[in-house]
Write a protein of this length. Structure first.
Length: 180
């Protein structure tokens, strides 16, 4: 019986040894032979000599707005701060045109904290503007639509645009509803 148990123990020990060795070999093989990283397909802008590929990025503009809710009774801000978030192009090479279906735009100079009303349409180079209002419109069922359009200065072509929808909550409060 003892001899039979020793034989069984030796068989189990042999199986465990083989399993440990296989595991070690798999780990070593994984470290030595890693799968190649997925790379994007080469475009016509690839240079084999330089080992570099440039992938085109579609230019886009998106309006960033804060705060998400505004009333002229707030003392912390003169309006909803609006900043164009540009990607795929250099904002320094573009001009941004702002329009609103209701209300007006403001500049809040941080150097001396003065607020000044801007004439519409507002044209700038991507600086932050503020949207505000004083009087309630005839119908608060109509949302306020704010748009920004980016134009390439050298060519004059439109690069991208974005729209922001503000909905009325009562008479003196608006809330950001949708950014397109």
């Amino acid at each position: 019986m003892v001899e039979k148990n020793q034989h069984f123990f030796q068989n189990i020990l042999g199986i465990v040894t083989v399993l440990v060795m296989v595991t070690v070999l798999v780990v070593i093989a994984g470290c030595l032979f890693q799968a190649p990283e997925k790379t994007p397909a080469a475009s016509s802008a690839c240079s084999a000599d330089a080992g570099v590929c440039t992938l085109p990025i579609t230019p886009s503009v998106r309006i960033e707005a804060a705060p998400q809710m505004y009333t002229p009774l707030m003392s912390s801000t003169p309006g909803i701060g609006l900043t164009p978030d540009a990607s795929g192009f250099n904002p320094a090479d573009a001009e941004f045109t702002w329009n609103a279906s209701y209300g007006y735009f403001l500049d809040w100079s941080s150097s001396n904290y003065t607020v000044s009303r801007l004439s519409e349409p507002v044209v700038n180079h991507g600086e932050k503007v503020y949207w505000s209002f004083i009087d309630v419109p005839a119908s608060t069922s109509d949302p306020v639509i704010i748009s920004v359009t980016a134009r390439d200065l050298p060519s004059g072509q439109i690069i991208g645009s974005s729209r922001l929808t503000l909905g009325w909550e009562g008479n003196y409060t608006v809330r950001v509803q949708k950014i397109e």
